[in-house]
Structures are given as C-alpha cells and as structure tokens.
Design a protein around this ligand. Structure first.
Ligand code: TRP
Length: 464
C-alpha cells in the first residue's frame, strides 16, 4: 500500500497544491459578498482573528495527523486511535470527511461550471451589452441561465471532467502540476486586476470600507459567520489538508506551512475584495443582491469599460482556475479513501468517484430552476437552503465541516498525546517554541469556537 501512495515533489509542490485547495470560490465569490453584507471593516478584522486563532491551529492539526500516519482520513483516524479513548469510533470522523467531500464537490462544481459559461460569454462579447445589475440578474443569471437545466448540467459535467482528469494523474503528475501552472497564473491575473483597480476612482473608498473598522455594525451572527467562513476558505474540517499532509516528507515544517497557506489565502481574499469594491464604487451601478455580485454586478461594471471583453474574460478564467485547484482537493479526499482503504488503483478510484459525484451533482445542477421537484426541496425552509443545491450546501457548511473540525480539534488536542504531537511538529521545524500556545488553541479555543457554531446551528440561527 505504502509504495503506491503518492508524494509531493517537495515543499513547494505541497504549499502550492494546498494553497490551491484553499483559494477558491470561497475567496473570490463568497468572501467579497459576505463582507459586503456584513459592512466590511470590523468583519474583516474579526475574520483575520478567526483565521489566526482557530484556522491556523486546526490546519496544523490536520496536516500533522496526515503526515504522522501517511494515510487518508479514515485510515489515519483508525490508526492513531488504537488503544486510545474512543478507539476505532474515531474513524467515523474520517468517514464524515469523505461524505463532506462528496457533498461539497457535487454542488461546488456546478458554480465552478458557471465560470466556463461566463468566460465564453466574455469572449463572444455578449456580456458587453449589460446595462444594469438588475438587468444582468434577470437576463443572464437568474432568468435564462440558472433555469436552463441543459446548460447547468453540461458545464457541471465539464468541470467534473477537468477535476477527475487531474486526480487521475496522481499527486505529482496531476494535482501538483495543475497547481504549479494555475496558481502563478491566478496570482498574475489578480495583480493585473489589482493594479488596474488602483487607477479607478473607487479605490480609496474600497480600502476604507475594508480596513477602517466600525464595531457598531458587528453582530454575534457576523462573528460566527466569519468563523464558519474561515473554515470553508481554508479547506478545513473534512480532511482535505489531512490528505494533502499525508503526501509530504518529514523535512517540511508543518506550522510554517500552515501559516504560509493561511496567509496566502487571506491575502487573495482581501485582494479580491479590493478589486471588486473598487470597480463597483467607481461606477454608479447599484448592487441589487450581494450574493450574485460576482456574476451580475462585476460584468455590468466591466461592460462600461473599454476592453471590457478582455477584463471580463481573464476575470472568469481566474475564478475557474481557482475553483479547479479546490475541486481537485475535494475529489482527492474521496478517491484516496478508495485507494488507501479499498485498495483500488488510482485510475479506478478517480474515475469511479468522479463519475458518481458528477452524476449526483446533476441533481444539484437541475435544482436551480431547471426541474421543479428538485428545486422545491427545502429542509429548513430558508431562501439560502432551497433546492437540492441549497440543502447540500446547508448540510456541508453548517453540519459536516463544523462537526468534523470540532472532532479533529478534540482528537489532536485531547486524545493524541502531547509528546507525539510535539515530536511530529518538530520534524522539519526544529524547536517549536509556540507549542504551548498552539496546544491551548487546539485544546480549548478551537473546540469552544467551533462548538459555538454548532450550538447556533442547533438553535436554528443562520450564520452562512
Ligand atoms: N477552500 C475552498 C474555497 O475557498 C473550497 C474547498 C476546497 C474546501 N476543499 C475544501 C472547503 C475542503 C472545505 C473543505 O473555495
């Protein structure tokens, strides 16, 4: 089994792939819109605090478990829990991770597929005719596109095809190679857009909105939302970082890597906000709905600019690239389970799991209006949980990820011994002087904070 497992080519390969997993629709689509909804400044600050106090420590914990066991989540937990309180029952945390990977990928790839459609629309010049946000919402996004079942399914399947292809070729030749090409490209496109946005008249106002906190606008809900988002955007709570950590060698410093990945992820999310808010502020376009800024407001603003087709196209390519390196990590968790635990070959695992998730995802793709029955399902009755799509998102973001993250923190903080964890963290790092602080964060702060999310979900509050 061990020989057939992949390994990154080195430290850089791992950092790029893990950063690629972290940076995705969470950074470019969700973070800007929840920052908009939560009035910027103070929310951004709380979010950064959550990343540092909860995100980084849990990421360290996940990577540690992966590298220690060189196994994917199910095997890793069952291996490390031998002879410990709870015993084999801990492997259910691994199963929950596999289930979360399946669930998230089945709807994430639908949204990711939209970037293909929008890149095409940009090149064909169609987006240049948008007159207002409401117009975009009605014509391109809401009315014609979301309810077009055929298109939704087609783009979703295309995206699943790309994802499966990368996972098929394995850790180094597939996942790492795609990340090594796409991540630098993504950074380059972001820089071009950032420089461009700094020349717009809305730049100063965007910076003020994002970086001058006004705490009077902060609610408990926003604090929990910031924490929930920190989880999602850092790819935590379901063993994605654990799985990627199982392919690193002992000469990589886990704490340093976790910090670098989180820093890059946060920077990209902030840059995405600066770009979007600058260009929105510099136009007189009204945002009619925060959650669709990316697909309605942005192309409308671009439509007023010279060379709008070009900016639009590279913008949607960027989002597609970011999404692809994330969907790859989701499929890798599910596939590596079959490889490690069922002894399947990589081609068999990736093709089978890719096909099963793609098929299930068709239900998500059709539930945005394409099919009345699928659209009408709604577990908890909120607007955001409508349809199979909304239900999957609700289950994953509100239940699977927080519960998974909570259990991972408990396991590493309370079940694994201090000696084992310190030993693993010092490999490739040397003296780990922050160990005590990290232990406090992982034993107390992280479980309490994530526990608060779970309690608020049980009480029926919406934080996503
Ligand atoms: N982090 C990615 C984003 O921000 C999404 C993602 C990829 C993810 N893998 C994950 C989220 C694992 C949770 C768990 O878009």
């Amino acid at each position: 089994m061990a020989e057939s497992r992949g390994q990154w080519s080195g430290k850089l390969g791992f950092i790029l792939a893990a950063t690629g997993s972290a940076i995705g629709l969470g950074n470019l689509w969700k973070f800007p819109y929840i920052t908009h909804e939560n009035n910027g400044g103070a929310f951004v600050l709380v979010y950064i605090g959550m990343v540092l106090l909860v995100g980084v420590p849990i990421m360290v914990a996940e990577i540690l478990v992966g590298r220690r066991t060189q196994l994917s989540p199910v095997g890793a937990f069952s291996h490390l829990s031998q002879g410990k309180p709870g015993g084999k029952a801990w492997s259910s945390v691994g199963f929950l991770g596999v289930l979360a990977g399946f669930t998230i990928l089945s709807y994430y790839s639908v949204v990711a597929g939209w970037t293909i459609h929008y890149t095409y629309l940009s090149f064909s010049g169609e987006l240049s005719h948008l007159a207002s946000d409401a117009h975009a919402l009605q014509t391109y996004f809401g009315g014609e596109f979301l309810t077009n079942g055929q298109q939704q399914v087609m783009y979703h399947l295309m995206f699943m095809g790309l994802t499966t292809g990368a996972v098929y070729f394995g850790v180094q030749k597939g996942i790492e190679r795609v990340a090594k090409i796409l991540l630098p490209l993504l950074l380059l496109i972001l820089l071009v857009l950032l420089v461009y946005s700094s020349t717009t008249s809305g730049f100063g106002e965007a910076l003020r909105f994002l970086f001058v906190p006004d705490f009077s606008t902060l609610t408990t809900g926003s604090v929990l939302e910031a924490l929930g988002h920190a989880f999602f955007t850092l790819s935590l709570g379901m063993g994605a970082m654990l799985t990627y950590g199982s392919y690193i060698s002992k000469d990589v410093s886990i704490p340093r890597a976790a910090f670098q990945i989180s820093l890059l992820d946060t920077l990209i999310a902030l840059i995405a906000c600066v770009i979007m808010f600058s260009i929105i502020n510099s136009s007189d376009i009204e945002v009619s709905k925060s959650s669709t800024i990316l697909f309605t407001t942005i192309p409308t603003v671009f439509a007023q600019l010279p060379a709008s087709g070009f900016f639009n196209a590279i913008f949607y390519l960027l989002i597609g690239f970011a999404a692809l390196t994330s969907t790859i990590s989701l499929l890798e968790v599910v596939s590596s389970y079959a490889i490690d635990e069922l002894s399947w070959s990589r081609p068999r695992a990736s093709l089978t799991m890719g096909a099963v998730i793609a098929s299930f995802g068709v239900l998500n793709a059709l539930s945005l209006g394409g099919n009345a029955t699928l659209s009408s399902i709604n577990l908890v009755g909120r607007e955001s949980t409508a349809g199979v799509f909304g239900t999957m998102d609700y289950l994953a973001s509100n239940w699977f990820l927080p519960v998974g993250g909570f259990m991972i923190a408990l396991f590493v903080g309370w079940v694994l011994g201090a000696r084992d964890t310190l030993d693993e963290l010092q490999k490739g790092h040397g003296d780990f002087s922050w160990f005590k602080l990290w232990r406090v964060l992982i034993k107390f702060v992280a479980p309490l904070a994530v526990g608060a999310i779970i309690v608020s979900v049980i009480l029926g509050r919406e934080y996503q």
